[in-house]
Design a protein. Structure first.
Length: 357
């Protein structure tokens, strides 16, 4: 593929990338200045944001010329949080009435070629559908004759997409701080902005990383491992392609920490019933470093009021140690309690069977 192609598509052939694709996104450059009417300017803007290349795969000039941007095999950096599985196309322009007939024709032809390569299975969207932006301003729904299911239409124009009347530069293509970075392999010992991005992302998703300092150390690795486990990824503590992609698309942990905490408290309460059995306080007192939890167990007489105190201790563990360490302490405590209960029961059985006097 040459870098610059005529709108006639005479020498353009769309070649499907190896990565899976399910959506195509349309953008605008948020500029009507002729000096910005080329992918080179766009690339420069994006390099200035610290990216390795222009974020879009295709750029369409006012005269309808199609320019090639980021290699199609690479995930775009165009729709924050929605880059995986997409192809990103940018039309030069800002004012709705200044997009040209030639540009719209090229957009339509390009999308038809892409759509045909995927046997019509793709859906087509504007950036505004996944971001609080007016981008791409151009009436892409009409140009692409989109159906109600965002499929490319071949008949009459759709009026599904209503574009906002007013736009300004700021809410169009303003740099997105959380933009998806390039896939530089990250592992323990890594440093730099990608690590900062990783830590910020993990924190947003509910995985504690401690201080966001751009340093990949033990806590960051632990967070990566948890994320990988939750997302059925290879748990190697390293951030490569698949982990990057999963991070990009991930939603915050489905189970809120508060709910997990509740669950543990419920479990602790549930323990009160089986805690009727006699328990050796030495077993537990020695095993648990946390005096508060130990005291609950020592005094186990099955009364809820005594346990409430212990639940307070669990709460305190969460508050002072943070949700995950707190959870580990609480779970650890419960495991020890259960083991102790088992031991206590065994002793009762022994006593009953006369093995011990
Ligand atoms: Zn956009």
């Amino acid at each position: 593929m040459s870098a610059l192609l005529s709108s006639a598509f005479s020498d353009f052939e769309f070649v499907k990338p190896a990565r899976p694709i399910d959506r195509v996104f349309v953008h605008c450059s948020a500029s009507d200045y002729p000096q910005h009417d080329n992918v080179a300017t766009m690339r420069q803007w994006h390099l200035e944001r610290g990216w390795s290349d222009v974020g879009y795969h295709f750029f369409i000039r006012k005269d309808g010329t199609l320019e090639i941007g980021r290699p199609i095999d690479k995930t775009p950096a165009a729709q924050a949080g929605h880059n995986r599985g997409t192809i990103a196309i940018c039309l030069h322009g800002l004012s709705k009435d200044k997009f040209t007939v030639a540009q719209k024709a090229t957009l339509r032809t390009l999308c038809v070629l892409i759509n045909e390569a995927y046997a019509g299975l793709l859906t087509f969207h504007g950036h505004c559908e996944v971001a609080n932006k007016s981008c791409p301003v151009v009436a892409y729904g009409d140009v692409l004759k989109l159906t109600s299911k965002a499929k490319l239409g071949y008949d009459k124009a759709s009026t599904r997409i209503q574009m906002p009347a007013n736009q300004n530069m700021a809410d169009l293509e303003a740099p997105e701080a959380k933009e998806f970075p390039d896939h530089i392999l990250l592992l323990k010992g890594s440093r730099g902005p990608n690590v900062t991005w990783l830590q910020t992302k993990l924190k947003e998703l509910g995985y504690p990383v401690g201080k966001i300092d751009g340093k990949f150390e033990t806590m960051t690795r632990t967070a990566v491992l948890s994320f990988q486990a939750d997302n059925h990824l290879l748990e190697d503590g390293k951030v490569g392609n698949s982990t990057y992609e999963a991070l990009e698309d991930a939603q915050p942990r489905p189970i809120a920490l508060e709910r997990q905490k509740q669950g543990l408290v419920e479990l602790a309460k549930g323990g009160s019933r089986i805690a009727q059995a006699s328990i050796s306080q030495a077993t537990i007192g020695g095993a648990i470093g946390l005096g508060g939890i130990a005291s609950v167990v020592e005094e186990t007489s099955g009364t809820v009021s005594k346990l409430t105190q212990g639940i307070g201790v669990f709460d305190q563990a969460f508050q002072t140690l943070g949700p995950w360490l707190g959870a580990i302490v609480v779970v650890g405590g419960i495991v020890i309690v259960l083991q102790a209960l088992k031991a206590g029961r065994a002793r009762v059985q022994d006593h009953q069977t006369g093995r011990t006097a």
